[in-house]
Design a protein around this ligand. Structure first.
Ligand code: BGP
Length: 487
């Protein structure tokens, strides 16, 4: 019987290309949907910069529909966080050295689609792009770090959005499958774990699904095309590399009923199912579940599917389930039948960005997922976004992060040792500081490693170990047995 983490448990961190890499115009990389997104804040939504139909300048909230006739455009006087990000493109060796120093046994990162297929439509990949990740992957392996690769992290080459309206077109299925096959073939023998899509259950907007309009019909049709692309990539990927393990990644922060009133309990159950587990149901079980009809009717969605699509979904399900977990939320049934979901839980303390801190919710989530799917699980994103202060003598004392991570690791350990849930790995989000996805800020930091850069991209990009760096190193040296020791 296990009393702590299993010996072969995967320990590490993880990042996403457009938040971390930079080098947006280097070595043949094409523009990505995210390259047009400005910085924002907790109260100021990020914008896409536009050229309007009449040729004038405009902006739109990054998750809203584009005005008719508008297309995204870049302007010299605007700061776009993805262009430099925290410059992994030129710091990859130094950053991997720091991961190795902490004792990582895995590192999950995403490959930038437009670095490999700059417009998405080329017949042949950009060799410079493949070469960049050759160096990264080889260096990880040389340091005993197993790569887990996300094929698509909330993005697509911008040309696919402009020419085909992104995932609303079936043509993008072919583009994605060609891209996925290229990666699986090229990195065969070096990459075993593949994640087809990041947080597919919360993807929306031009930046993530590439569609100009954002109504439920457009979104769910796009998601259906992604389900088909996932199944085809798995089918062809298994033929290319039978050793490969395929998973998808979901945003599954837990949802609780606001009270024990039956209406609140049922509202929480339905919210959980419709907004989260629905996507896992399709990809892990291989079919649209029974409650789909009611879900789509309520949102006015009529899905176009073919018998061949449904057969593909059935025959090509994922091998493992990975998920992000940051917080829990609360659902309250409303008199008009709708559900209010928010962060207002009086029993929990929240981060400065209003996310309630709830380690037990992670144990709950792990149990819920294993009870429902009986597939291996990876906690692939977890961490604390906080304002870190660099002291005059160049240190960052982030005991709040150590506390957050320790409590969440204890919850995972309890799920493994007490509940016998097969959780096979943990990767902490943003191990090196990077740009926040939701706000585009630098001041919302997650890392073990501080990067000297501000919200406008100014700074030396110097890497500085925070206190949590030494703490995590101790945790890994003990294979997770020692979660208590303070540094
Ligand atoms: C997840 C994304 C990541 C990441 C993380 C933290 O949803 O997969 O890309 O950014 O959330 O979110 P944020 O950066 O907004 O704090």
């Amino acid at each position: 019987m296990l009393t702590t983490f299993p010996k072969d448990f995967l320990w590490g961190g993880e990042t996403a290309d457009f938040q971390y890499e930079g080098g947006y115009d280097q070595d043949g990389r094409g523009l990505l949907s995210h390259d047009f997104e400005t910085t924002g804040s907790a109260t100021q939504p990020r914008q896409l910069t536009l050229r309007l139909k009449d040729g004038s300048r405009g902006t739109v909230n990054a998750h809203d529909s584009l005005p008719a006739g508008a297309e995204v455009a870049l302007y010299d006087d605007v700061y776009y966080p993805s262009h430099q990000a925290t410059d992994f493109y030129h710091h990859w060796q130094e950053d991997i050295d720091l991961m190795a120093e902490m004792g990582f046994t895995t590192y999950r990162f995403s490959i930038c689609w437009s670095r490999i297929f700059p417009t998405g439509d080329e017949a042949e990949p950009n060799q410079n792009g493949l070469h960049f990740y050759d160096q990264v992957i080889d260096y990880l392996i040389a340091n005993g770090i197993e790569p887990i690769v996300t094929i698509c992290h909330d993005e697509l080459p911008n040309e696919l959005c402009v020419k085909y309206d992104g995932w609303s077109s079936r043509h993008v299925i072919d583009c994605y499958v060609k891209y996925a096959e290229t990666l699986i073939r090229h990195y065969r023998g070096r990459v075993r774990y593949w994640i087809t899509f990041n947080e597919i259950n919360i993807l929306s907007g031009y930046i993530a699904i590439g569609t100009h309009q954002q109504d439920p019909q457009t979104r769910y049709q796009a998601i259906h095309h992604m389900f088909v692309a996932n199944a085809l990539a798995i089918k062809n990927g298994r033929a290319i590399n039978p050793e490969a393990q395929f998973g998808a990644m979901y945003a599954l922060s837990e949802t609780y009923p606001a009270t024990c009133k039956p209406e609140d309990v049922f509202a929480a159950y339905q919210t959980r199912r419709n907004d989260g587990l629905f996507y896992v149901d399709v990809m892990a079980r291989g079919y649209y579940p029974n409650y789909t009809a009611e879900k789509f009717a309520a949102e006015g969605v009529t899905l176009q599917t073919t018998p061949a699509d449904l057969q593909l979904l059935k025959e090509n399900t994922i091998d493992f389930i990975s998920f992000s977990y940051y917080r829990s939320m609360v659902a309250t049934a409303q008199a008009d039948g709708s559900v209010k979901v928010n962060n207002e839980n009086p029993y929990l303390v929240s981060t400065p960005w209003g996310w309630p801190i709830d380690p037990l919710g992670l144990r709950y989530c792990l149990n819920e997922l294993y009870d429902r799917y009986q597939k291996p699980l990876i906690v692939i994103e977890n961490g604390l976004g906080a304002v870190d202060e660099l002291t005059a003598d160049g240190q960052v004392h982030d005991d709040y992060r150590i506390n957050y991570l320790r409590d969440h690791l204890k919850a995972i350990r309890d799920a493994i040792t007490l509940d016998h849930v097969p959780c096979i790995g943990y990767t902490m989000w943003g191990n090196t500081d990077l740009v926040s996805l939701s706000t585009g800020e630098m001041k919302k930091r997650y890392g073990f490693v501080y990067v000297d850069m501000d919200d406008q991209g100014h700074g030396s990009l110097k890497r500085i170990r925070k206190d949590s760096f030494a703490w995590f190193k101790q945790v890994l040296a003990s294979h997770g047995a020692d979660l208590t020791r303070q540094i």
